[in-house]
Design a protein around this ligand. Sequence first.
Ligand SMILES: [Fe+2]
Ligand SMILES: [Fe+2]
Length: 539
Amino acid sequence: MKPLLEHLLARFKRVQQDRKRRIFVIPKWENQLETNEPIRIAIFLFFIFFCIVLGLFATGHVTYSLVFLSLILTSCTAMVLNLSLPKIFYSNSKLLLVFAVIAINLLIAKSVYVWSIHQPGLESRAIYFYVSTAVAPLLVTALINVNAGVIVVVLSSVFISLLVNPSIPLLASNLLSGIVGVYFIQRICQRRDILKAGIAVGLTSLVCAVGFGIINGGDTDVLIQQAFLSIGIGLFTAVLINTLLPLLEEIFQLNTDFTWLELSDLNHTLLRRLAAEAPGTYHHSLMVANIAEAAANAIGENGSLCRVMAYFHDIGKVINPQYFVENQGADNPHSRLTPAMSALVIISHVKDGVDLALEHHLRRPIIDAIQQHHGTSLVYYFYRKALQNIEDCRMGVKILNMDEGDLPEIDESRFRYPGPKPQTKEIGILMLADSIESASRCLEKPSLKDIEQLVEDIVSQKLQDHQLDECPLSMKEITEIKKSFVFSLKTILHTRIHYPKNTQNVEKSSGGDSESSERGPVALIQSKEGMEISSGVHS
Ligand SMILES: [Fe+2]
Ligand SMILES: [Fe+2]
């Protein structure tokens, strides 16, 4: 029995060892489906058909004017999207989402309208006025962006006014409540933000309804009823968005701030494993998350996304934690490896990270962050060590009077991360924050000048190495990011910061004779050393 168990165990281990590492590749069919032109045309045709069917509810038969109107409206929508939101126009899934939410809006509006006109006495109270028309723009804002939300406000308001109920007050109310809703939902951090947006929509509808009611000489009891109904519609909008948002997130594989809030839970299996098996890396990731989030917020980018990316960026280090300096004790396993082998182990944390992220079904932006956070940087520490070894061999060759041509060549590409370079602003910020956090650990009793020098050196080094060439960060934004890094590091290193003892010292410092100015070159060397370590063992 025992040999059988041992045999099974050995076989299981072998199967585990033989397991191929997962590689992140977008399937060809997915790309084709996303950009296929016939599919895009089919979406437009289907929407025209939907508009015609919607018109049938009232007339009962297809008229030329209805077909023509649907055709004109859909063509206008296509042109508006092509001109103002080409990224949505050329992405079939996003285009489908925009049309799907406009269709939901139209369907609700038409249902309420058809029902209300068949209720005796209800038309005078204009109950069809109170339709939750802000649903489409609010959903699009939460799932795509504010610009798309504003375009959808205009499109859905015009569609409702032309296909459901031709009313100027209704058009004005829909436009205003939609824009107000978009304003309130543009950055949602908590569920209650959706409720706030819903209430804002309700209050705007109330102001419009009461305003138009007074102008048209409406009864007081009708106005009071309309006021309550408006608030109810606003709350219903919030409930509907809360219900539809997670569903649409999953169907269209889109991410909202809620996605990042859920992923920022430190109880995630992978993060718990990182904390247990690589505590140094875990602590480093938390620090990088704070620095990167603050920098992203400083330039108006998605701080929550940056935080989550930072949590998972070094997750691959759980495979061989002892090979990374932040997890090492007295023993350094690299002393038993060649520089090339050490570099291979260091570089593999990116591929291992992608493998783990795929295994745990992490979202695409997180996988991209793991893959791109080192770009094509050089593992400088081990590259320099390899060069040093060759230099030592050259000396030996000279002493032994041998041919220098026998010396092996050092291939620099073997010491570089495979990339790609950061493709988004958030990953660019992550790359810089990662290197800066690692290097900052080499600073002992730094002055503010040392911190500024460290940030300046690392950012310049990444720019000179062309690591940020494919990332859409502007120089103005990089300047803001640097300021944010200095502020964050000042807060993190607060207890270590060396302050001048009195004002005399400060005066001396400006005269170039202070402790601070004497420490300047030392700090520079330390920071440069930090950079080397950061591109090598550390980060
Ligand atoms: Fe790192
Ligand atoms: Fe890393």
